[in-house]
Design a protein. Sequence first.
Length: 239
Amino acid sequence: MIRLITDSQRYEAQVGGGLRSHYLFSFADYYDPENMEFGPLRVFNDDYISPRSGFPTHPHSELEIVTIVLSGELSHKDNIGNETTATPGQVQRMTAGTGITHSETNDTDEEIHLLQLWFLPNKRGLAPSYEVMDVGFLKAKNELIPLVTGQKVLEDVAYINSNSTVYYGSATQGEEVIFRTFKLRRTLIYVLTGSVLVNNVEADRHDQIRLDEQEVIAIKATADATFILVDVPAVEANY
């Protein structure tokens, strides 16, 4: 099955004066019982954080939280001793585990654009941990770059406690990127820029395509395009 969800079907939220966001799944004051998760992927938010604003210190538990910085500089501080600044091309991974508190703020005069994804962990009761990795994914050209993964066959990638992988993809107009998968897995593609044909289904900027029971996914750019591809298990026992 291939399902197209258009830009206009995203939920738009303005949180205070400093955060503009679009939710791909039910989150905060947006609730749709038919749009709660995609396998272990529970949250996918496309966020813009205004200068001198952000998320003050708040708690999380039993989640794997992935933050992908597309532009701007994101300051992170937590109660387990981490204090970092993530820049474009870098990825943050946080295991909330038994409990962590942290803040994420924009301490500059430039807007931040980031993506944040939350996964249900494949193990509960883990010790909280954090890392930031420079993946350099913004340099990708006609390829998929893994950003985070729970599949240990991939090297030099931030590790999450979920049988899932997040990729950044880029394709120039007329070029095609192939992703090979299995019918027991599911794939979500979120178009950041440009437009693509995904197994002959057209998706434009900020559209998403959710695919089930596919073995080969062909992503052809009809205009220079960048996108996020999330590969997850379809069966809860494999989360």
